[in-house]
Design a protein around this ligand. Structure first.
Ligand code: NDP
Length: 450
C-alpha cells in the first residue's frame, strides 16, 4: 500500500477525464477528480451535444418546405430562439447530472474546483486543499483561440453562441473549419443572415477536395455567403451593431461576429512547466503511445494532447489509460482510421485517406457518385448527395470513403468497420444493397472515374 491520498487524481471532468476516472475506479483505484466548471466538458456543455440539438432545430425549415411536395400543407410557422435555448439548457443540465451521478456511483470523489500540480504527486485545489496521488491525469481539454485583431474582444466564440439571449439577425463567422462551417449552417437554417469568411482557398481544409467543394457549393445554394480568401481586419462597436471591416475594404454591419478560428490546449496555470512536463509549441502536452508525459506519474488524454480533438478519441484514450495503469491490461489507443462527421448542412461523413493523400501514397482508383436522393425528388430540392470511394490499385483495399448528404455521419460510422478490417472494393461489391437507400450507392458503384 502507498501513503497517497488517491491512486489517481484526474484534472478535468470532460469526456476523457470522466471515462478514465470511472474505469480506474471500476478497476479498484481510489480516484479523485477536480472540475472547475461543469461536468461533461466541452462536448456536453458547449460543443457536440448542444450543437447537434441546434442542427436538428435548424433543419425544420427544410422539412416544412419539402412537405408540400408530399401533399402536406403546413400552416404559419415561427421560431423562438429563447425557447430553443431553454430546451437545450434543460437537456444539457440533465446530461451533466448523469455525468456527475455516474462518477459518484463508481466511488470517484469529485471536487468542484480548479486544480494545479505542485509536484509529480501533489495537487492543490483553488479551495486551498492539498492532495497526493500516485498518478495524475490531465484532461483539461481546449479553449477557443481568437486572433489578435482590433476589436476581436467584441466578438464571440463557440463558448458564447449557445447562450446568446437573442438571435442575431445578421452574423459574420470567421474560420473555415468544423465549428465555423457547422454554425454557418445552423444559424442560416434558423433564419440569421450568415457571412462566413475563410482566409484560405476552400473551407474544411484537410478534408477530401470533393467534400469541401460539394459542401461549400451546397451551403451557398442554401443562402450562406461563403467568402474565401477573406479575413476580418477590425471590429468596431456602432450603437447596438458591430461594424466589421474586411481585408478587401468592405464594411459590414452585423449583430454578432463569431470567431471559430481554432482551439488551443488548456495547459496554462496547471503548474506543468515548473514540473518539467514537456509541452509542444502550442501548449499541448507531449505524450507517448500510452498517454504518459515526460514526468512518469503524470498522464494526459484528450484535446489537451492535441492528437485528434474529438470526443470519442478522448474517451478511448482515457479508457486505454485506465485499463493499462489500473486494469493490468495494456491497451494503446488506436488513432488509425478515425471516422468523423461534419454537421454542416448538408452533412459530411468521412473515414480514411483523402484522394490527395492516397495518390501521394500509391496508385488509386476513384469511384464517385453524385445523385439526387429520393427525399429530394418529390420535395423539389435540387441538392445532391455525393459518395466517393478511394481504392488502392495494388491490393484493392478501400482506403477512403467520403460522403455528403443526409445521414452521412451515420454511414461513416458503419463503413469505418469494414475499412478497419481491410475490406476490398470487391467485398463492397459482393455486399447486397439495401434498397431504396442512399447508402446502397456504396456497394453499387461499378466503374472508376477518369
Ligand atoms: P479547426 O482547426 O477545424 O478550424 C479553424 C479554422 O480557423 C481554420 O479554417 C483556420 O484556417 C482558421 N483560422 C485559424 N487561425 C486563424 C486566424 N488567425 N485568422 C483567420 N482564420 C484562422 O478548428 P475549429 O475551431 O473549427 O474546431 C476545433 C476542433 O474541434 C476541430 O479541429 C475538431 O477536432 C473539433 N470539432 C469537431 C466537430 C465534429 O466532430 N463534428 C465539431 C466541432 C469541432 P486554416 O485552415 O487556414 O488554418
Amino acid at each position: 500500500m502507498t501513503d497517497f491520498d488517491f491512486d489517481l487524481f484526474v484534472i478535468g471532468g470532460g469526456s476523457g477525464g470522466v471515462r478514465a476516472a470511472r474505469i480506474a475506479a471500476q478497476h479498484g483505484a481510489r480516484v479523485g477528480l477536480a472540475e472547475e466548471y461543469r461536468y461533461g466538458g466541452t462536448c456536453v456543455i458547449r460543443g457536440c451535444v448542444p450543437k447537434k440539438l441546434m442542427v436538428y432545430a435548424s433543419g425544420f425549415p427544410d422539412a416544412f418546405e419539402d412537405a408540400a411536395g408530399f401533399g402536406w400543407t403546413v400552416g404559419p410557422r415561427s421560431f423562438d430562439w429563447s425557447r430553443l435555448i431553454a430546451a437545450k439548457d434543460a437537456e444539457i443540465s440533465r446530461l451533466e447530472a448523469i455525468y456527475h451521478g455516474n462518477l459518484q456511483k463508481t466511488g470517484v470523489q469529485v471536487f468542484g474546483a480548479r486544480a494545479r500540480l505542485e509536484s509529480p504527486h501533489e495537487i492543490t485545489l483553488a479551495t486551498g486543499a492539498h492532495y497526493s496521488a500516485k498518478h495524475v491525469l490531465i484532461a483539461t481539454g481546449g479553449t477557443p483561440f481568437v486572433p489578435e485583431i482590433p476589436g476581436a474582444e467584441l466578438g464571440i466564440t463557440s463558448n458564447e453562441i449557445f447562450d446568446l439571449e437573442t438571435q442575431p439577425r445578421r452574423m459574420i463567422i470567421v474560420g473555415g473549419g468544423y465549428i465555423a462551417s457547422e454554425f454557418a449552417g445552423i444559424m442560416n437554417g434558423l433564419g440569421t443572415h450568415v457571412r462566413q469568411l475563410y482566409r484560405g482557398d476552400q473551407i474544411l481544409r484537410g478534408f477530401d477536395q470533393d467534400i469541401r467543394d460539394h459542401v461549400a457549393d451546397a451551403m451557398r445554394a442554401r443562402g450562406v455567403v461563403v467568402e474565401i480568401q477573406r479575413d476580418v481586419v477590425t471590429v468596431e462597436k456602432s450603437g447596438d451593431e458591430l461594424e466589421v471591416t474586411l481585408d478587401n475594404g468592405e464594411c459590414h454591419r452585423v449583430d454578432q461576429v463569431m470567431f471559430a478560428t481554432g482551439r488551443v490546449p488548456n495547459t496554462s496555470g496547471l503548474g506543468l512547466e515548473a514540473l518539467g512536463v514537456k509541452l509542444k509549441g502550442n501548449g499541448a502536452i507531449v505524450v507517448d503511445e500510452w498517454s504518459q508525459t515526460s514526468v512518469p506519474s503524470v498522464y494526459a488524454v484528450g484535446d489537451v494532447t492535441d492528437r485528434a480533438a474529438l470526443t470519442p478519441v478522448a474517451i478511448r484514450e482515457g479508457h486505454a489509460f485506465a485499463d493499462t495503469v489500473f486494469g493490468a491490461r495494456a491497451v494503446r489507443p488506436d488513432h488509425r482510421l478515425i471516422p468523423t462527421a461534419i454537421f454542416t448542412q448538408p452533412e459530411a461523413g468521412t473515414v480514411g485517406l483523402t484522394e490527395a493523400e492516397a495518390r501521394a501514397a500509391g496508385e488509386v482508383e476513384i469511384y464517385r457518385s453524385v445523385f439526387r436522393p429520393m427525399l429530394n425528388t418529390l420535395g423539389g430540392r435540387p441538392e445532391r448527395m455525393m459518395m466517393k470511394l478511394i481504392v488502392s490499385k495494388a491490393d484493392r483495399k478501400v482506403l477512403g470513403c467520403h460522403i455528403v448528404g443526409h445521414g452521412a455521419g451515420e454511414m461513416a460510422q458503419l463503413v469505418a468497420i469494414p475499412m478497419r478490417m481491410g475490406a476490398t472494393k470487391e467485398d463492397f461489391d459482393a455486399t447486397m444493397a439495401v434498397h431504396p437507400t442512399a447508402a446502397e450507392e456504396l456497394v453499387t458503384m461499378r466503374s472508376p472515374v477518369e
